[in-house]
Design a protein around this ligand. Structure first.
Ligand code: ADP
Length: 720
């Protein structure tokens, strides 16, 4: 036997399988192959090739080498690194790396061409059609429109053989960015930051920086120039910009298109599969040089990834919570390391982890402390709801309504921020007190009035709102408790019947196009009052927006998990940061029942440093991240007895390790989801502990019953 190929298969196996390489197949690492497993042929990827001499166990041969472009070695190394990091099977990150390749090829398109034959008889319409066909590659319908003739004219000419229809592959356009376009003229602090980032790129090798600038300070302009430098330094360099929201992608793509004269490659769930296939191939071929996308864009097969920018790096949506569990910000740093490239983390409210890394000197720390131009940071005031509560059954307090009136009268825009989708977060029977939940699930049903349904945001279950209580049967007894964006919109409409009001949440704006339209309307001042969840709180620039009202500033603090304070501070500082981004001064008003809370005080004083310092002290005392590390084990299953036995067995075999504490098992706060009971352990470890090694060793010590599913969550963000 000449060589042995290790092949990673799309199955939950811890390692690659060995096969013999048939003579003449000439495999390379990253090749896609078909290999036999039992009676089946499976697709896999070659992860290693070694000399087969001395190997005395017979191996099955690789059945076939597939024609797809091989995965670059760094992408493969990243897949394997990510699996070890997440304590999960490499098949899952591999599947993510291959997602674009699995998408269907774009369908060939029909294009009308002239055959050179002359028509038997001329009519003015036929002449127009024959003239139009010379002007471009049109489909039959497009040609008819171009020539201003009916489709039967085209059909007739095709029938006579004067025109013909050809099927052509749609060429995927990934034009070279134009690096001769002039850069933005940066203000002095932007220029200083851009210069420092250029110096970092010039040093080469793995480099990391935190671009820490207040909202509206012009971070995007700075990293656009860093991207230009990276692309100019190496004609094969590729850059990746990660963004937390699809809606934000649209705005940033526009700025890249303006700066580089070409549309960057886009990668997220809103991109149609055939297009994803094209993007995948263009990335693998090195033709796509700028990629803008969501967290999964990290797994694309870059040839030479020189720079990764993680914008809004603090954002919780970089954490993928189901399936393959990972934190894209952390993986971005790891990928940059593997690629020996640079990573820039940008935010106005960086995560404590990144601030800590910057403080320790691991990241270069570049600060932009003022807004660009004459724009000022907004005034932030707290509205004490105990002193000035809204009227009964209303959610907007008199001081906020007064500010909205003033804003409206000046012809300026208001944003009402409430991080709750739907109409009401809870529906309760006033006869029996039952809170409506999804079947076999501990999560409340959220009322949506636009659709008239009750929806479980956790499982996706939904039902038409019943007329009688499903529990006691009482009629007309169901009441909606608390506000969601739809209910705040209803209140805003009753207060401002003349105003143009819109709602922005993932339910009302599901398609990227709809988001684009809504954002454009807001930018152009076609909306007076926007009621929005966090989808609109991030990154956008609305020039005429001068008032941000936070309906329930305390909302995020109630859960009480480790990151509640940090998350609330970040979200509200970002939301407030939407106000007054251009010449007109802005203000933000936060409705709260706890104005004395340290988070509220820090927001009102706009004193991020004070907040960070207090939070860091607390974390350090408890040795929580970034001073220690956390992991969770979530075991779930439909069979309560088997689940209980498993977590007991697991608790009995906790490895003895210094610097590690294990808490649990406990019922998860959401103890029942889709009929599966859930139990959790929480692990806290000192920073010098090999936490992944500990978790893998521990899990291997107890046999997992077939009805139980075990997930390991490294660095958990959700404690449900
Ligand atoms: P950030 O990402 O820090 O919130 P942006 O990059 O979105 O800030 O910049 C805020 C606003 O200021 C944008 O409208 C942007 O176009 C403008 N801006 C920033 N820097 C400059 C500059 N150097 N010249 C002109 N306009 C700028």
């Amino acid at each position: 036997m000449s060589r042995i190929a290790s092949v990673l298969l799309p199955m939950p196996l811890p390692e690659a399988f060995d096969y013999a390489e048939p003579d003449g197949m000439d495999l390379i690492v990253g090749d896609h192959v078909a290999v036999p497993l039992g009676p089946r042929l499976l697709r896999g990827v070659v992860t290693a090739l070694r000399d087969g001499a001395g190997h005395n166990r017979p191996l099955k041969p690789v059945a076939d080498k597939l024609a797809d472009p091989p995965l670059p070695p760094n992408t493969l190394a990243f897949v394997q690194w990510a699996a070890r990091y997440a304590v999960d099977a490499p098949a899952w990150p591999l599947a993510m790396a291959l997602r674009g390749l699995r998408a269907p090829q774009p369908k060939p398109q029909k294009v009308v061409v002239a055959t050179g034959m002359l028509p038997a008889k001329d009519t003015p319409a036929r002449t127009r059609a024959l003239e139009a066909v010379e002007r471009g590659a049109f489909s039959p319908a497009a040609l008819a429109a171009e020539a201003g003739v009916s489709s039967s004219v085209i059909k007739g000419l095709v029938g006579e053989g004067v025109l013909a229809i050809e099927l052509v592959e749609v060429a995927a356009e990934f034009a070279e960015p134009d690096l001769t376009l002039p850069p933005a003229s940066l203000n002095p602090s932007q220029a200083a930051a851009a210069k420092a980032l250029d110096a970092m790129l010039a040093e080469g090798g793995f480099q990391a920086a935190l671009l820490d600038g207040v909202t509206g300070s012009g971070k995007t302009e700075v990293y656009l120039e860093t991207v230009a430098t990276a692309l100019a330094a190496d004609p094969t360099a590729q850059v990746l910009i990660l963004l937390p929201e699809i809606a934000l992608t649209q705005a940033v793509i526009g700025r890249f298109a303006a700066r580089f004269g070409v549309q960057p490659a886009e990668w997220h769930s809103g991109v149609a599969p055939p297009r994803r296939r094209q993007v995948w191939e263009a990335v693998a071929g090195g033709r796509a040089r700028i990629v803008i996308g969501a967290r999964s864009a990290l797994f694309l097969p870059y040839r030479k990834l020189s720079l990764i920018v993680v914008d809004e790096e603090h954002d919780g949506s970089y954490k993928q919570e189901d399936g393959f569990i990972y934190q894209a910000r952390d993986l971005a740093v790891a990928r940059a390391k593997l690629e020996e490239g640079a990573v820039v983390l940008a935010s106005a409210t960086p995560s404590l982890e990144s601030l800590w890394n910057a403080e320790q000197g691991r990241y270069r720390w570049l600060k932009l402390s003022a807004r660009h131009g004459s724009a000022q940071l907004p005034d932030v005031t707290l509205i004490d709801l105990r002193e000035t509560p809204p009227e009964h059954g209303r959610w907007l307090s008199p001081p906020l309504v007064k500010a909205m009136v003033e804003t409206y009268q000046r012809g300026e825009q208001s944003l009402l921020f409430l991080n709750r989708r739907g109409y009401a977060p809870l529906v309760l029977c006033k006869a029996c007190g039952e809170k409506l939940t999804a079947p076999d699930t501990d999560s409340w049903l959220v009322e949506h009035r636009y659709t008239g349904r009750l929806v479980c945001h956790l499982t996706g279950f939904s039902m038409v709102k019943p007329l009688a209580c499903p529990h006691c049967g009482a009629k007309e007894s169901l009441v909606s408790i608390g506000p969601g964006v739809e209910r705040v919109e209803e209140e805003a409409r009753s207060l401002f019947p003349e105003a143009r009001i819109a709602v922005f949440s993932s339910d009302t704006v599901m398609e990227p196009d709809a988001a684009r339209t809504l954002i454009a309307a807001m930018e152009q001042g076609e909306i007076d009052i926007l009621v929005a969840t966090q989808a609109a709180a991030k990154g956008h620039n609305f020039p005429n927006l001068t008032l941000v009202g936070v309906v329930d500033a305390d909302l995020g603090l109630r859960g009480g998990d480790l990151r509640a304070g940090e998350r609330t501070f970040q979200l509200l500082a970002q939301a407030a940061g939407r106000a007054g981004r251009h010449e007109k001064p802005g203000r933000a008003m936060l409705q709260t029942y706890a104005p004395e809370h340290s988070v509220m005080q820090a927001l009102a004083a706009q004193d991020r440093d004070a907040f960070v310092e207090a939070e860091m002290e607390m974390r350090e005392a408890a040795r929580l991240p970034p001073f220690g590390r956390l992991a969770a084990v979530i075991a779930s299953g439909p069979d309560a007895v088997a689940l209980e036995a498993y977590v007991k067995a697991l608790a009995a075999v906790i490895p003895n390790a210094e610097g590690v504490e294990v808490f649990g098992p406990a019922d998860a706060p959401l103890a029942l989801v889709r009929g599966r009971r859930r139990k959790r352990f929480l692990v806290r470890a000192d920073r010098n502990v090999d936490l992944q090694g500990f978790m893998a060793a521990w899990r291997a010590r107890a046999k997992i019953p077939s009805s139980v599913r075990v997930a390991i969550d490294i660095d958990p963000y959700s404690f449900l």
